[in-house]
Design a protein around this ligand. Structure first.
Ligand code: ZN
Length: 257
């Protein structure tokens, strides 16, 4: 039996905190995002897992999905029209290699998921027992990105950046849709969450959202995150792609606010 909420590192052995998955235990248990294929994640504390929510279909969020679904027969919640890319992830693997190069070999390629999918578009509420899970459509990082609100905690995937060493970081490589991203970020700020689960950073205080918004609006999004070793190299690879995403978009909007 599990209870409460859990932030579980689900990155590779070289950088476990590269990604976090979150688990909410109630009458129905839910996991939000499924880490990388070569994940260190141990979900042995779960006797059952009713749902896995996929915030969006990038390899660092769906890598262990097929294994988890095989083991727990969980229902997979994903944005409408996109379950087909989980059934056949070849496009996702190809796109990831174009952006991340050899980091894909550290993360591992995504395997097909043969499962029971529940496609959503935002606004749905799912009863977990004591808690309710609310799906919120938060495009910008990807057009199929959803976030989740449960018990006042917002699980923002990659729609509100990430956070390491107390510093917010950009998490979107091109193509970033900055207008939609900022609208989604402001929407999430307006929800007044008591904490935020960011996929790249874990559970953080809600002022993260505003700090991340400010770093974009003031164009101070280049960060210095000192974590050392291969983890820092992996993070640097992501960051250089993500800076490009912001640079391209910000050049279109000189008067952004
Ligand atoms: Zn990500």
């Amino acid at each position: 039996m599990c209870s409460g909420i859990h932030a579980v590192p689900s990155g590779p052995g070289e950088f476990p905190e590269a990604v976090y998955s979150f688990v909410i235990c109630d009458k129905m248990n839910v996991m939000i995002d499924a880490g990388v294929a070569n994940s260190v994640m141990d979900v042995g504390f779960l006797d059952k897992l009713d749902y896995v929510v996929i915030t969006h279909l990038h390899i660092d969020h769906i890598g262990a999905l097929s294994e988890i679904v095989q083991r727990y027969k969980s229902r997979v919640i994903v944005y409408e029209g996109y379950s087909k890319y989980l059934r056949d992830p070849s496009k996702i693997n190809r796109d990831a290699r174009a952006v991340l190069g050899e980091v894909v070999d550290i993360y591992g390629e995504v395997q097909p998921t043969d499962g029971n999918f529940l496609e959503v578009k935002g606004g749905e509420e799912i009863d977990l027992g004591e808690k309710k899970l609310k799906i919120i459509y938060t495009p910008g990082h990807a057009k199929h990105h959803i976030s989740v609100l449960a018990d006042g905690i917002l699980y923002s995937g990659d729609s509100a950046g990430g956070r390491y060493n107390g510093t917010p970081i950009p998490t979107t490589p091109p193509p970033l849709d900055l207008r939609k991203y900022l609208d989604s970020l402001k929407l999430q700020i307006s929800l007044l969450p008591k904490a935020v689960g960011v996929s790249h950073g874990g559970l953080v205080a809600p002022n993260h959202l505003k700090e991340h918004l400010d770093q974009i609006l003031t164009r101070n999004y280049r960060v210095d995150i000192d974590i050392g070793g291969l983890a820092e190299e992996i993070l640097a690879k992501h960051l250089s792609a993500n800076y490009k995403g912001l640079e391209e978009e910000l050049s279109k909007y000189p008067d952004l606010n």
